[in-house]
Unconditional design. Structure first.
Length: 91
């Protein structure tokens, strides 16, 4: 019985490790594709359209950085760091 539990624990740990490796690999590939897309957009002189940009800019002008970041995240689905960088670039 103890050997079966030990075996199942090892199988679960190995399964979790392989899933984490696959996710990490996927995240790296997505990041690489995003960097390439950003380069293409810069080369073509295109800017990403930000939903509710006027509202975010109004909050930035009023000195409400936290609210601007929160609104940017809600509008775009961006992460905290990405949203902060985008709002900082707007100011």
């Amino acid at each position: 019985m103890d050997i079966a539990i030990l075996f199942l624990t090892c199988v679960v740990v190995l399964g979790v490790a392989s899933i984490q490796t696959a996710l990490s690999r996927s995240e790296r590939r997505v990041a690489r594709v995003e960097r390439k897309l950003d380069q293409v957009m810069r080369h073509l002189g295109l800017e990403e359209e930000v939903p509710r940009r006027d509202e975010v800019l109004a909050l930035v002008r009023d000195g409400k950085q936290v609210q601007a970041i929160k609104l940017y995240r809600e509008a775009t689905g961006a992460g905290l760091i990405e949203a902060k960088q985008a709002v900082d670039a707007m100011s």
